[in-house]
Write a protein that binds this ligand. Structure first.
Ligand SMILES: [Zn+2]
Length: 152
């Protein structure tokens, strides 16, 4: 395993326990499939744990994947809707992050305090992010398939 769960300023997060090379799979995402209706029934906090994979479908995101925090300048992304892969070399102790906008296509929003220079302050759906960043993420293969189909 290349990571551990640690307390951090966002509660808990996932941190590298060794140097990780670009392209490596860090976590495989698994969990029950749930519908929009089931997500709507949840509290806001629990609903935030649902990972959108289609217009009406979500993965009920489990630990450790659900503990990976958002960053507007992430070091990982979700490839083929399943694998959290490194999109750059990651150093030991570094926090593992991904950009939640690469999976979102609803009115969902989240305030961001990632403190990156490129912080967007509010995390919204994929089409809300700058077009150059959309293109970069598409090229890196870390945009959910159902969103990719819409924007291409
Ligand atoms: Zn941010």
């Amino acid at each position: 395993m290349s990571y551990t769960i640690k307390n951090c300023r966002f509660g808990r997060g996932i941190f590298a326990t060794r140097n990780i090379s670009k392209g490596e799979t860090i976590i495989t995402i698994t969990g029950p499939i749930i519908t929009q209706k089931e997500v709507d029934k949840r509290s806001d906090k629990e609903a935030a744990n649902a990972l959108q994979i289609d217009d009406d479908l979500y993965i009920d995101f489990q630990e450790p994947g659900v503990l990976v925090n958002h960053s507007c300048n992430p070091n990982t992304g979700i490839s083929r809707d399943t694998f959290l892969i490194a999109i750059k070399d990651i150093s030991v102790e570094e926090e593992i992050t991904w950009d939640y906008s690469t999976s979102v296509d609803t009115g969902w929003t989240m305030r961001c305090a990632c403190e990156e220079k490129s912080c967007r302050k509010v995390v919204k759906d994929f089409e809300s992010i700058p077009i150059n960043l959309q293109k970069k993420y598409l090229k890196q293969g870390i945009v959910m398939t159902y969103i990719k189909k819409k924007v291409q």
